[in-house]
Design a protein around this ligand. Structure first.
Ligand code: PAF
Length: 277
């Protein structure tokens, strides 16, 4: 397994692969790899086949963090991540120190799907995500890229970027991997200690309740879920919303084809999750 740290070397390498007609599947990550990432890497390997190449990028992208404390606290575990990648048969890890030239002043924005939910609560977040993903696509030149369903809105925004900016990349979505109590795996979970970790289980409990709710009015559902979640002393809801899974417009009635997305602060850690209804 190669580790490349220079964007220019990465791009030269990917051009060589392209000339050789190799299929390249990218798994973009910010490191601190867990079982959820490994399932995306395994999916990438299936797509690439034995002849193709799996590239995992590891880069904690500063431009997508709207909270400097969150950026500082984000776990960085490159050595362990490299070992996990090697064990999964990854062909190359791309782990640049930075991806932004001094004085970088260009960013990509999306003006429909990215305005609500995470976009509203984390100003600048999606512009940071799209800009870095566009850069990764230029540098790695993948034929396919695998993203996790846990970041459901992120995947929708990137899919729109691929469509509108003609990236020759197919987006593959991998299902959310969960802990035994249902908590979605996330690199931020390591910061949930003791009672906070127990309280975090109320997020998947809220998703389960929502699925049982049936076709009722969204306003009632949101009230019930907020009450359930905020019964935990350290949980405070950022948003609970039910949207059309394509347009991300809020709907009044929960039904098939709609998706519930939520975000909550659990002590100092912000978590997100979602489910189809
Ligand atoms: O989902 C993530 O880990 C990040 O948002 C991504 C896609 C790697 C961009 O930094």
């Amino acid at each position: 397994m190669k580790t490349l740290t220079s964007p220019q070397v990465m791009q030269r390498q990917s051009r060589r692969w392209l000339r050789e007609g190799r299929r390249v599947v990218l798994v973009p990550t910010m490191g601190a790899l867990h079982e959820g990432h490994l399932s995306l890497i395994r999916r990438a390997r299936k797509r690439a086949g034995e002849e193709g190449l799996v590239v995992v990028s590891i880069y904690v992208n500063p431009t997508q963090f709207n909270d400097p404390k969150d950026l500082k606290a984000y776990p960085r575990t490159l050595k362990a991540d490299q070992q996990l990648c090697r064990a999964e048969g990854v062909d190359a890890v791309f782990a640049p120190e930075t991806l932004y030239p001094e004085g970088a002043s260009v960013e990509i924005s999306e003006n429909e799907l990215a305005l609500s939910l995470e976009g509203e609560h984390r100003p600048g977040h999606f512009a940071g995500v799209m800009t870095v993903v566009a850069k990764l696509f230029h540098l790695v030149q993948p034929t396919e890229a695998v993203f996790g369903e846990k970041d459901f809105q992120q995947a929708a925004v990137i899919r729109r970027m691929i469509r509108d900016l003609d990236f020759p990349v197919r987006l593959i979505l991998g299902p959310t991997v969960r802990e035994s109590d249902g908590l979605a795996m996330s690199s931020r979970n390591v910061r949930l200690k003791g009672r906070l970790r127990e309280q975090a289980a109320v997020l998947p409990a809220a998703l389960r309740l929502a699925k049982e709710f049936g076709d009722g009015p969204v306003a009632n559902l949101k009230r019930r879920l907020k009450r359930l979640m905020e019964a935990q002393p350290d949980v405070s809801v950022d948003y609970i919303e039910v949207v059309d899974a394509e347009s991300f417009r809020p709907v009044r009635k929960a039904m098939r084809g709609t998706r519930l997305l939520l975000a909550a602060q659990v002590g100092p850690v912000r978590l997100i999750d979602n489910t189809g209804l």
